[in-house]
Each structure stands twice: as structure tokens, then as C-alpha cells.
Design a protein. Structure first.
Length: 417
């Protein structure tokens, strides 16, 4: 197989079967609905206007493009809907390097020519192999047509290649209409860790951030949004319509959702709350009533609490049905009939015990907890002193109202740096 740079193909002469030159390559098009990598057609500039040359009608690419059909058989270009044009839509655009977990700019595109299976019986196949994001592609485009070809090749050979395989690239499409039409998969992006998505998003322009969040499912978008710094969080949510924002906020941990909505203008917060489901809305509204830099303002209301008579089997069954974050599963709490906090059982003890074992016999002493009004510094001191993974928060009547997790404390301390 041979490789060919997009910048070398653009402007190449197109020859008819007779050998007569009929035009020059103006664009290289993919049809993503059919194949994300295979070149579907070339748009050729001819004397009679731009025409579409199906790549199936190309007999060879060698010292120019040689067509198996005459120019009169190529249809006129009537718009480019549903097509992805490599120069227009990819060159100089920002893309997400899924493998490298970062945003880069495309300087050139490397195409791979798959030879004919049997000479004269099947046309060649041209596929996007990778995108050039280094100096090599930039120099090739800058000096093409200026420096002699031989000299340019010598220079390019001295520049280390820096490219990303096409499979590891996701496009950042800022036009929602075209994004839908192109149907380009963002599955690779969704598979990244939310923290990596957050790093990528923070390096994008506002409209590109919105484009990325529009492609993610609600759960992935929520997890990523929780990792984004507050200033960018606010900008993203304000750029989304209220219904989409509400769908994402509903999937966030209640404490993170409350912190985010608390930073928005009251009118915007109200618009989002109205769109949320009643149960999730109530949880967030209750947290919004607390001061942010207190235990109540930091806690989440998603935790596991069981009655005093519960057994290990009850705990396991409850964990299987729990829909909250995994970080709140490290401890199960015991409460009496009034909701008063009585004990805490570490997950490690539950795993090692018989299913019939009463949870009350596995409680950890001493029982460490915090009152709702305790400030951030005191919360951090408790985590540090007792090496906590979770800290229960109680009200003035000692009723369990929420928990603070270690990742909440880390985020709190980072914000103070």
C-alpha cells in the first residue's frame, strides 16, 4: 500500500480515459453514513463547473488522477449535504485525539491507497489513514508549489512525523445541523474517563465545548461536567437549552448539581429546575438552601442507610439496587426509626461476613460524624485525622441527612489552592 497526502491530491490534474486533462481535484469527500474512512468521491473543477467523480470511477492515482469515465458522465455538484469534505471540514480544524486525550490541530491528512486486487478489474480504494498534527504537514502545505518537489521531499524526510490514526480521532463539529447529517460516531470520546473529557473540554472554544456536550449521553456528560472547573461548568450549562441542561444536571451527584446551580443566575437556575424530575429537583433544592462552605453545603443526599435490624444480606441487596455514585458505597449507615444515626459499617466488613450477620455487630467505633453547620476547615480536619473515606452529616436532632465523600474534600481543597 502507498500513502498520499491530502495536500498533494488537492489540485492534482484529472485525466479522462483518452488522456485528455479534464480538470483539477478541488475536494475529497467521505460519505460517513456509509464508511467513515473510505473516500467516496472527488469534486473536480472543470470548465463546465464543479463535478462529482465517484471514486469507483477512478482507475489509478499516479502522476495525477486517471478516470475510467469521461467528464460528461460526472454529475454536477448540487450541494454537499451528507458529505464530509476533507479540506473544508478537516484541514486546520481542531480534533480530539482520543488516544492522547488532548485537542490538536490538523495540518494535513494522510491517505492510504489500496491497490487493485486484479489489475484492470477493480478500481483502487482510497482511505483516510491518519491526520498529521505536526510540523511535517504544515511545512508540506506551506512549501508545496514553491519549493522544488525533490528538495521538499528531502526537507520533509528530516522532520519527524507526528500523526494520529484516524480511529483515534473524533471531530469537533460546531454546526449542529451538519453534525446530525454526518452521523460521525463519538463513541471513542464517550469511552474516555470523565476527567480526560474535562481536560479536553477546558481547552476548547465555547462553541466547541457545546458541540462536544451535545454528542455525549446524559450520564457521560454529567460525569464529565463534574470534573470541569466551575467557571467552565457555568459557561457550558448556560450555553445549553434548559431541557438538555436539566437532563445532564439530573445525572450529577446532588451536591455537585447544587454547587453548579448555585453559581448560576437565579433565573437560569429556575429554568433548569422546572425541567427536572420532581425527585431530583427536590434533592437539589434542599441542598441549595445550605451555605456552600459548610458540611451541609458539601454533602450529597445519595447514601445507603438501613434500619438497626438489617443483616449483611439486606446490605448486599440494597447495594445492588443503589443508583448513586460508587464513591458512596464504602460505608453503610444504620439509623433508628426516627432516622437518627446509630452506626457505620465499612464495606470491607460486609464483604467478609456471613449473609445472616446483623450489621449492628459490624459497626466501626468510634462513630465519626459532622453537624450540618461545620465549616470546610473542620470537615477537612476530620478526614485527615481519622483517614476517612466518607463522613456522615447530621442535623440538630442527630438525624442522618447526607454524607461527604473524600473526592468532595479533594475538590474543596484544590479550589482553595
Amino acid at each position: 500500500m502507498t500513502t498520499l497526502a491530502l495536500s498533494e491530491l488537492l489540485g492534482a490534474t484529472v485525466y479522462e480515459p483518452s488522456g485528455a486533462a479534464s480538470g483539477r481535484v478541488r475536494e475529497v469527500a467521505l460519505a460517513p453514513q456509509e464508511d467513515r474512512a473510505r473516500v467516496a468521491s472527488l469534486i473536480v473543477k472543470t470548465k463546465s463547473g464543479n463535478r462529482v467523480l465517484p471514486f469507483a470511477s477512478v482507475s489509478s492515482i499516479n502522476g495525477g488522477v486517471r478516470a475510467a469515465t469521461v467528464v460528461g458522465e460526472w454529475s454536477p455538484t448540487n450541494g454537499t449535504e451528507g458529505l464530509f469534505l476533507l479540506e473544508r471540514d478537516l484541514l486546520d480544524q481542531q480534533v480530539i485525539d482520543i488516544n492522547g486525550r488532548k485537542v490538536v490541530r490538523v495540518n494535513d491528512v494522510e491517505l492510504q491507497v489500496e491497490p487493485q486486487k486484479e489489475a484492470g478489474k477493480a478500481p483502487p480504494v482510497l482511505r483516510v489513514h491518519s491526520v498529521d498534527v505536526g510540523a511535517r504537514g504544515a511545512v508540506r502545505r506551506l512549501l508545496r508549489g514553491i519549493a522544488p518537489r525533490a528538495a521538499l521531499q528531502i526537507l520533509l524526510a528530516k522532520i519527524p512525523p507526528r500523526s494520529i490514526p484516524w480511529n483515534f480521532v473524533d471531530l469537533i463539529e460546531t454546526d449542529p445541523a451538519r453534525r446530525v447529517k454526518l452521523k460521525i460516531s463519538h463513541e471513542g470520546l464517550a469511552k474516555l474517563h470523565p476527567a480526560d473529557i474535562a481536560d479536553i473540554v477546558e481547552n476548547l472554544a465555547p462553541d466547541e465545548r457545546e458541540a462536544v456536550f451535545e454528542t455525549l449521553d446524559h450520564e457521560t456528560a454529567a460525569e464529565a461536567l463534574e470534573e470541569v472547573e466551575p467557571r467552565v461548568q457555568k459557561a457550558i450549562v448556560e450555553s445549553l437549552d434548559s431541557e438538555r441542561a436539566a437532563d445532564i444536571v439530573e445525572e450529577m451527584d446532588p451536591d455537585a448539581a447544587a454547587d453548579l446551580l448555585g453559581d448560576l443566575p437565579d433565573e437560569r437556575t429556575e429554568q433548569i429546575l422546572v425541567q427536572m424530575e420532581p425527585e431530583e429537583r427536590q434533592e437539589v433544592v434542599e441542598l441549595l438552601e445550605h451555605k456552600e462552605e459548610t458540611a451541609a453545603g458539601r454533602m450529597t443526599t445519595e447514601f445507603l442507610a438501613l434500619p438497626l435490624q438489617a443483616t449483611v444480606k439486606n446490605a448486599i441487596d440494597t447495594m445492588r439496587e443503589f443508583e448513586g455514585g460508587v464513591e458512596t458505597l464504602s460505608t453503610i449507615y444504620l439509623v433508628d426509626s426516627h432516622g437518627t444515626l446509630v452506626g457505620a459499617v465499612p464495606l470491607a466488613k460486609i464483604v467478609l461476613a456471613e449473609q445472616s450477620t446483623p450489621l449492628l455487630s459490624l459497626t466501626q467505633e468510634p462513630l465519626i460524624f459532622s453537624h450540618q453547620g461545620v465549616n470546610d476547615n473542620e470537615v477537612a480536619e476530620l478526614f485527615d485525622k481519622y483517614n476517612l473515606m466518607m463522613l456522615p452529616v447530621v442535623d440538630e436532632s442527630s438525624r442522618l441527612t447526607g454524607v461527604i465523600t473524600s473526592d468532595d474534600v479533594i475538590s474543596m481543597l484544590r479550589a482553595k489552592l
